[in-house]
Design a protein around this ligand. Structure first.
Ligand SMILES: C[S@@+](CC[C@H](N)C(=O)[O-])C[C@H]1O[C@@H](n2cnc3c(N)ncnc32)[C@H](O)[C@@H]1O
Length: 233
């Protein structure tokens, strides 16, 4: 019998925003896997830290930060080999993923490599989008409205075109792209409705009108362009 690979969403940051199913799987895991970015501490592991057994084996995939895909692919290839060996030996593996595994989640790279050979179960998590909207007090969409999700690294002209034609917009992966995104939003005359959220649900969370946001943003930040509650009265 081979083991089961669980792709477990651990939510956006606050450990008590994890699902009961995720917590139960992590607590009982003998093998836990997660990626780290360029040697930095894993955010997903930090969220789940109190639940991980001191006896658990940890498979760490150190993913380098580079524009080229090959180094990251090599890190996931190597991680998949270690995970496959554990599954082959009959052990279940719990792979931690910040937020939800199938929403810009790192788990997708392992799913792509292993789901054709092993049983894989995905445990959904609270996404950063819904967490940021909740913390900012900004409802996202209702009735037949559309929500546009844009990654900050998109080129300026594409961001501008997509925001201009959208209703509610969420911009993820803000980080070092903050100045570019700010300029696009200002050009479109939308700064007044934009909210900046950094490290939502964590003790050092920041929620500010974009106009008052700091000059630099960490990777775990987001900008919401929503109408607020009034249109739904
Ligand atoms: C690779 S994506 C991971 C998304 C995650 N799987 C999810 O379901 O939300 C990373 C981006 O999610 C956003 N993010 C994740 N956690 C966040 C948080 N606590 N506060 C603000 N943004 C967050 C940031 O925009 C960050 O750049």
């Amino acid at each position: 019998m081979t083991g089961v690979l669980y792709g477990v969403g651990v939510g956006p940051g606050a450990p008590d925003l994890m699902t009961l199913r995720a917590a139960r799987l992590i607590e009982s895991a003998a093998v836990v896997a997660y990626p780290t970015l360029a040697g930095a501490a894993s955010f997903a592991r930090a969220i789940a830290a109190d639940l991980i057994s001191p006896h658990a084996r940890e498979i760490v995939m150190d993913v380098p930060m580079s524009v080229e895909r090959a180094p990251a692919q090599a890190a996931y290839d190597a991680g998949a080999v270690q995970i496959a060996a554990a599954l082959q030996a009959g052990q279940d593996v719990v792979c931690l993923c910040e937020g939800d595994p199938f929403f810009y989640g790192s788990f997708m790279y392992l799913f792509a490599r292993l789901s054709d050979r092993y049983r894989v179960e995905v445990v959904p998590g609270v996404t950063s989008i819904t967490a940021c909207a909740a913390r900012a007090g900004k409802p996202l969409v209702a009735r037949n409205e559309r929500l546009t999700v844009l990654p900050g690294p998109l080129p300026e002209h594409e961001l501008r075109a997509r925001i201009a034609g959208a209703e509610s917009v969420v911009i993820m992966k803000v980080g070092r792209h903050l100045a570019k995104i700010r300029a696009v939003i200002a050009d479109l005359g939308l700064t007044g409705m934009a909210v900046y959220v950094e490290r939502a649900t964590l003790p050092d969370e920041v929620v500010l009108p974009l106009a008052d946001a700091p000059a630099t943003a960490p990777y775990f930040s987001m900008i919401l362009l929503t109408k607020g509650a009034d249109p739904w009265l």
